[in-house]
Design a binder for this molecule. Structure first.
Ligand code: BJW
Ligand code: ZN
Length: 261
């Protein structure tokens, strides 16, 4: 299975435990969390890396599926041109996900909802691992891999995680179904971005965790939070375009850093 996914991004290698500089930044974040009432987080593929879910980018590479870059196959054009190939790619990933469980980062965030007056969790991930860890009201801006949608009437079908390959393949209306995920060139689910933007504009602390912050409009949320006066904290082994505006950049794995906060 693995060899078909020729670049298997698994986070940055050689990430040492927290550097000395991180310790003072960690303390700053802990102090902020001690008084914070409203916390918001944007998560990306990196938060699931320690669960065994491959990322798209990072470690200097880009994910490729059977010789095709992921952004080619995860595109609205490909749904029109070759829906079976799109399903093959998503069914493959649903097969990988059957073996994956939430990691300490997902559980740490799930605990935050009991700790703060409000917690808004916006995820770009389609893997469902936040919910599996106990997070409620997760704002899934890029959809969910375990749901499919009729290309004609829009009917939704929920699949359990063991249903691989997908089922059904055809809607009751006779049209094909496709994965209910947001591909390049497609609109986000109605209201999802707006909810995230509202949370970003009104929180005390905003975390951007395990995301390369390259994909819009999700990457605008940390910028909104910063402009609105939140403390902006990045958790990522690598720098991102957001690093320059972050108040704290905690370099390391989310599964190690988040529980330590
Ligand atoms: C760790 C770690 C560990 C590793 N711990 N960290 C404005 C400017 C330019 C372009 C645009 C723009 N607005 C819109 C666009 C176009 C486009 C876009 O953003 N393009 C850019 C790439 C240039 N956006 C869209 O098309 C969006 N739609 C839209 O805007 O609609 C309006 C519209 C419609 C029509 C015409 C015009 C406008 C939709 C975007 C949908 C993205 N979908 C995907 C695929 C989903 C399905 C699938 O899974 O296949 O979503 S793309 C892919 O990237 C996926 C992810 O959710 C998304 C973000 O990736 P993420 O989560 O950041 O992961 P990685 O892999 O990039 O990064 C992992 C990070 O983790 C790395 O930094 C590692 O270092 C780190 N890491 N281990 C912590 N242990
Ligand atoms: Zn239908």
């Amino acid at each position: 299975m693995k060899e078909e996914y020729s670049f298997w991004c698994r986070g940055s290698p050689n990430v040492e435990a927290f550097r000395e500089q991180d310790m003072s930044e960690i303390q700053m974040v802990k102090d902020a969390l001690a008084t914070a009432k409203r916390v918001a987080a944007l998560t990306g593929a990196g938060i699931s890396a320690e669960s065994g879910v491959p990322t798209f980018r990072g470690g200097g590479g880009t994910a490729v599926w059977k010789g095709m870059r992921f952004d080619q196959i995860s595109s609205s054009e490909m749904v029109k041109a070759d829906l079976p190939a799109v399903w093959e790619w998503f069914d493959y990933r649903r097969g990988v996900l059957r073996e994956c469980e939430p990691n300490p980062a997902h559980f740490a965030i799930a605990k935050w909802q009991e700790q703060f007056e409000s917690l808004a969790l916006v995820t770009q991930n389609i893997d469902g691992l936040h919910r599996a860890a106990g997070s409620r009201d997760v704002i899934e801006v890029h959809g969910n891999i375990h749901r499919s949608r009729c290309i004609s009437c829009g009917a939704l079908y929920q699949m359990d995680r063991d249903t691989v390959p997908h089922n059904p393949d055809v809607c009751g209306c006779g049209s094909k179904v496709r994965p209910d995920v947001v591909l390049f060139g497609e609109m986000l689910p109605e209201g999802a971005y707006e909810k995230g933007a509202e949370a970003a504009a009104s929180c005390d602390v905003f975390f951007t965790i395990g995301t390369s912050a390259l994909v819009y409009p999700a990457a605008m949320l940390p910028e909104i939070a910063k402009r609105s006066g939140a403390l902006l904290v990045e958790v990522n082994p690598e720098e991102t375009p957001l690093t320059a505006i972050c108040d704290a950049s905690l370099r390391g794995k989310a599964g190690e850093i988040l529980p330590s906060l």
